[in-house]
Design a protein around this ligand. Sequence first.
Ligand code: SF4
Length: 485
Amino acid sequence: MVSLLTNTQQYYADICDEIRLFFTVRKIPVVQEISRQGFCVTHYFTKQYTYCHTAALYYNGEKQQEICYDSGEVLQNNLLADKRAIKHGAKIAVYRCLANYFLQHKPWGSLTGVRPTKMLRDLSEVYGKKEALRRMREEYDVSEKKLQLAQRICDTQSEILKTICLEKDIDLYMGIPFCTSRCAYCSFYAATTTKDGQKEKHYVDALLKELEMLAPVISRYHVRSIYIGGGTPSALSEEELQRVLQAVTPYAKDAEFTVEAGRPDTITRQKLSIIKQAGVERISINPQTTCPQTLPIIGRKHSVEAFFEAARLAKEFNFKAINMDLIAGLPGEGTKQLVQSVMDCILLEPQNITVHSLAIKKGSKFGMENRQQFASPKETEEMLDRARELLEQYGYQPYYMYRQKYMAGNMENTGYTKEGSACIYNVDIMEEAVSILALGSGAACKRVLPGEKKIERFIGLKDIPSYIERVQEMAEKKIALFGEG
Ligand code: SF4
C-alpha cells in the first residue's frame, strides 16, 4: 500500500504513473499527513523564479529517501508552458527518488507518456536534435538504447511527415467495434458478433449515416489515408463489410487504404476479394502468438494453423502490404516463444510486423482476474531486444512506436517495416501529425490546428446502442470540431 501526500494534487495522475513504475498498485490514496504506511511525498516550491520539487519516500513513518529536483528553468508566466514544466518537474523528482531508493533505473526513465518519438521531435524543433537528446537522457533519464530507438524511428518517419499539408490533409478512420470473441488482454469496447447479424447491421446503418452527414466536411479536405479499424472489421458479414467499403471508397482516390482483418478466424476468400476489389492496399492479420498453448489462454478461438492458412490466402491477393501483430510477454511465454512467433511471421514475408508489449489493463480479463503469471520487466526487455535483432537481421526497420499504461516492463509497442512499406496512418496517429476525422462508436477525432500545433479533440460515445441512437448528434459535434466550412 502506497499513499501520496502532495501540494501539486492537480498532477495526481501523472505522479501516480511514476509511483507505479516501482510499485504494483492500482489505487494510490491521497492523504493529508504522513502515517505509518508506505508513502511518497512531493512538494513543489519556487526559488527565485525557478521551480523546484522535493520527493521523499517514507516507510513506517521514517524517511527512507529524499531528493530535490531543481530544473534551473525560469517560469515563463505562460500558463500552459508553466503547468507542463511543473508537472514534468514533479514526475522527475518522484522518479529519481524511487529509482535511487530501489537502485533501479527504467529503460524509459521517468517518461510515462504514450509518444516518446513525438516528444523527441518536439524538443528537437525547439532546441535542436543534440540538445533534445541530451535533455531526454539527462533530465528524463531515458536510457541510451531507447534514445537510439526513438531517434531511428524519427529519422524513418521524417519522409512521411514531410508530405503533410496541415491545412488540407486529413486521415479518415472508421471504427467497427465487433469481434468474434474477447481477447483476455483487451479492454477495448467491442461487442461480440451476433448470430443473426442484426446488431452489426444497425451499427453499419448508423456508421454510414454518420459518413453521409460528414461528407461536406470530408470534401473540403484531401484524404491522406483511410483506416478501417476495430474491433475486427472482417468480423462483419460479407454484406455489411461490402456496404462499409463501398461507402468509403469514393474518398480513397489517392489515399492509403487499410482494413484490419485482425482475427484469422474472420478471414475468408470472399471477404478478401471484397476488400481487394474496394481498392484496399493494406490489411492486418494478427496472430499475437504462434504458440498453440497460448491461444486459448488469451481467449483466441482459432488455431495457429488457421493463422497460417489466412496469411497464405491473403498473399494470393497481392496486397501492397500485410501487417502481423505479435505480443511479447503473454502468459507462459518467454524469449523462446516470442522468437519463434517472430520467425514464423518473417517466413510468411509480410511487409510489416508490429511487436507489442502486453499491457494488463483494468477492464481486461487478465486485469480483473489477476491469475496469470507474467514475464518480469527484465524478461520483457530481453524479449523485445531479441525480436528487434531478429527483425533487423531480416530487413525490417522500426518506424513507429507508442506506449500504454500498465505495459509489461514499462516498455513500448514498435511497428517494423520493410523499406518503403511503412503505414502512413500509423505514423500520423502516433505522432499526432495530422487531423483525424474518426467515425463510429468511441472513435477519437483530432483536429490539429495549423500554426499553433494545438490539438482539439472529440471522442464519440463508446456504447454501441447509445452511438446508434445519437449518431446525428455525434456527426454534428464532429462538424463543429472541423468547422462549418
Ligand atoms: S481482436 Fe482486438 S479488439 Fe477484438 S477483443 Fe481481441 S484485442 Fe480486443
